[in-house]
Write a protein that binds this ligand. Sequence first.
Ligand SMILES: [Zn+2]
Length: 181
Amino acid sequence: MHCPFCRHTDSKVIDSRTTEDGTAIRRRRACPECGRRFTTIETATLLVVKRSGVTEPFSRDKVVAGVRKACQGRPVTEDQLALLAQRVEEAVRASGVAELPTHEVGLAILGPLRELDLVAYLRFASVYRAFESLEDFEQAIAELRGAEADAEAAAEAALRPHGEQDEDAGVEPGAQPVTAP
Ligand SMILES: [Zn+2]
């Protein structure tokens, strides 16, 4: 970092600390040429705005923690959770905004989680979308069944006819269609 006083091309960090709210790092620097001191503030470019208005850096760990709760008792691995958090970060970064509200992070979680585990998805959605009644669950399940039916219809077109499927045996995205010889 150049010295703002004499434009010397180097400076030395003499102190570095995270701000109280954890969203920035303040660095105290000294110029080896003119000896003057100055402060730089380093902030994350991707901030999440909580409902209270408080901002904090986007954190994959927080995404994983939130999703892990919904995945309790489900056959979901830590690797899958890490990959989901990566996909969520890529999605929110792709939106190109520096700040986004927590509910948009939640929205970005829903899609990948639905692909990962339907039960965990329903649990997460029930909190995120503030389900209040059985009807809310029924509607969400109807949406899932609709999506499943669409996927099955697409698969039916690619596959030769097959018998009854287990409900959980959804069609793997990207799976190679098995074609008859
Ligand atoms: Zn200087």
